[in-house]
Design a binder for this molecule. Sequence first.
Ligand SMILES: [Mn+2]
Length: 382
Amino acid sequence: MNKIKELWIPRNTRVIVISDIHGELELFKDLLKKAALSPEDYLIINGDLCEKGSNSHGVVHYIMELSATNPNVHVTEGNCDTLVEDLVEENPKLLNYLRTRTRSIIHEWLDQIGFELNEDTKIEEVKQCLMGPYSEEINWLMGLPTAIETNDYIFVHAGLEDVEDWKETDRIKAITYRSFLDHAHTADKYVIVGHWPVVNYSSEIPSHNPIIDETRKIIAIDGGNVIKKTGQLNALIIDRTTDKDTFSYKYTDHFPECEVLEDFHADPVLTGSISYPSYELVPIRKDEHFTLCEQVETIHRLYVKNEYIKQNENGQTHAKNDLSCAQINVQKEDIVSLVDDSCSGFDLIKKDGVEGWIVKGILQKVDQQVTGKVHTKVTSYV
Ligand SMILES: [Mn+2]
């Protein structure tokens, strides 16, 4: 890759890292409030600002503003942000992409200028009508670095190749690498990536929280926002004190918050999760609320919530979705997010980014205005 930006980040400062915003402007703004971003903090946006969510243009604009007005805001490119390159290079494949995806920054731009795509539209026409009004955004996106190297960290959207000099990593691989935590790299610094939802790495109770792997020197932060039904937008917070760095995180999602009214003790037999693409199941025993199943691909035995099991026309049994098969402990006065209260006997919740079932009837919705879900005072950005 040849677009590597060098950056020196001093000690006694905070670094906030957010990736994979995917057009979710309101979640992003809420997250900056939750992380209490101040102008002295460094803010790194680690790729995939646009596509898949409802307001890609809004996110790109907001971050362009932030980086123009604060020298501590830095952005890397993600695979979804390179779409504008296909436009500029008049790649006809972009039209196929636009015909199958409804949510794209290109669709938003075309809507804004009242241009309708039809079967005869040529890529040259699309380019011609967008380059005038949106040249500033297009040039900004195309100028983003692939990686940012600081004194202690490397920020890159998806990963690095395991080659002698990490800077030789192929640019496309750097922004599309799958499952980077299962690989290795040769850099002598922590590599911080997004792109691959961390819940895909969960083996027991599914968690959407950042994973810090001290041995491999990798931090994976993609909470699966937009991509996973139960995902979230994560902010990794690096506190740089005089002698060491410590890590913490905050997240936002679209689920309503509830207060727990009494303790619930999870049945430890109910653990594990189902995730794409291992949906095929063989039912063994059906109980009132859960069915003991064998997951065909992994031969794991899992208790799957009855409402999430379906049969296809060939009589095969499948899970409907990615899903937690775990129960989790909660205590009176915990604040949790309610993911699904439509099933019998149990509600699906997230507690501190971890997803599982608790018995029905012990949650009370929190009035978010009154309790001040987002209570942190923010100084300059939002
Ligand atoms: Mn990506």
